[in-house]
Ligand binder design. Structure first.
Ligand code: FMN
Length: 351
């Protein structure tokens, strides 16, 4: 296990880190306070079990998959690891209650809600089954509401992240939320690619950090080689936000690597706007055509390797991804990057 070796080589640092992320590691039930954020099509049993087996906390992505597929994925993950892992559920899923049932049937230890705010009824339902809950908090007031509603832990994710994003940067969110939520663990996500950054957030009161983009090029990750190569080639500047051309036709903000698909999306929006203005389409029809443009595009990129027209969801931290490496090596690198400043802090405390 990565952390045991780390503990042997850097006992002082390990104890410093161990204390900093204790609320997080106790909550997650693993030795390293790093979550591998759920990524649709990417976070499947192989990657998730590799992260948990390396001492971190893997999270299965369920996206829009049917309950039977989730059930199978949980089973497969349990065959590959005896360590805790989480299940990410999207609150807009059309068969949400069946997805809940699957998590309960398999006695999963943690559920991570995305795409909205879980109600206190749902949080209590899972608490009664002994399942810990985690939810995203985009503002301090929502963080407090979720805490009152009984959530077990929070993730605050900044604008730098890959995939669907909020408008506020990680650096601002941590200042808005971390000093005021102390009773439950808060994990920080978005734009994190190096250990030094994780350490800074821990020192500000975070219980741990969630990384997505950094794990895409893990050798255990099943993503297509072309998808991984696009990540290795890319710099932070290539991970841009989806562009909306007209306020009448809202576009969900998604961060991804710009490609031909992004250009076609702009042309498609222009076409729809013209058609609606000319009276050939209703506004609702136009909106639906824009919304449907990207359907199936993430799968095409991740699984089939279509990096030209598929969706290459990636965070700005893609600039720190420069090789295909085993998960244990990625985590070890992050731990070693935490070492220098951790030692400095410990020495200055002793003095
Ligand atoms: C390809 C991709 C797919 C993602 N899919 C999901 C998802 O299905 N559910 C979710 O909660 N977050 C999703 N995310 C967000 C990640 O879980 C994580 O919070 C984010 O990647 C952290 O920021 P980083 O990419 O800068 O590390 C996705 C991110 C990426 C890059």
């Amino acid at each position: 296990m990565v952390f045991l070796q780390f503990q042997k080589n850097y006992p002082k640092t390990a104890s410093y880190l161990g204390e900093l992320w204790l609320p997080g590691t106790q909550f997650l039930g693993c030795p390293i306070g790093i979550l591998g954020g759920a990524m649709t099509w990417v976070s499947e049993p192989q990657l998730v079990s590799a992260i948990s087996n390396a001492g971190g906390f893997g999270v299965l992505a369920s996206g829009a998959m049917p309950p039977e597929s989730l059930s199978q994925m949980i089973q497969e993950t349990k065959l590959k690891t005896s360590k805790p892992f989480g299940v990410n559920l999207i609150l807009m899923h059309p068969q949400l209650s069946e997805m809940y049932d699957v998590c309960v049937e398999h006695c999963v230890s943690h559920v991570v809600f995305a795409g909205g705010m879980p109600s206190s009824t749902v949080l209590n339902f899972f608490a009664q089954k002994g399942i810990k809950t985690i939810a995203f908090a985009p503002t301090l007031s929502i963080a407090k509401r979720l805490q009152r509603a009984g959530v077990g832990a929070l993730i605050i994710e900044g604008h730098e992240a890959g995939g669907h994003v909020g408008p506020i940067s990680t650096s601002v969110l941590v200042q808005e939320i971390l000093p005021f939520i102390r009773d439950i663990p808060v994990f920080v996500a978005g734009g994190i690619g190096r250990g030094e950054m994780i350490l800074k957030y821990l020192e500000m009161g975070a219980a741990g950090c969630q990384l997505g983009t950094r794990f895409v090029c893990a050798s255990e990750c099943i993503a297509h080689d072309a998808f991984k190569k696009a990540f290795i080639r890319a710099s932070a500047r290539d991970a841009t936000l989806s562009v909306q051309l007209d306020n009448r036709f809202p576009v969900i903000p998604v961060r991804s690597l710009h490609n031909e698909g992004g250009e076609t999306f702009l042309r498609e929006q222009r076409r729809v706007i013209q058609e609606v203005d000319a009276g050939n389409l209703t506004q609702k029809e136009g909106q639906l055509q824009i919304e449907h443009f990207w359907s199936g595009a993430l799968r095409r990129a991740v699984i089939e390797g279509d990096v030209e027209t598929g969706s290459l969801m990636a965070g700005q931290s893609v600039g720190f991804v420069d090789a295909i490496q085993p998960v244990s090596e990625i985590i070890n690198t992050l731990l070693l990057q935490m070492v220098p400043s951790a030692l400095e802090t410990e020495e200055s405390c002793v003095a």
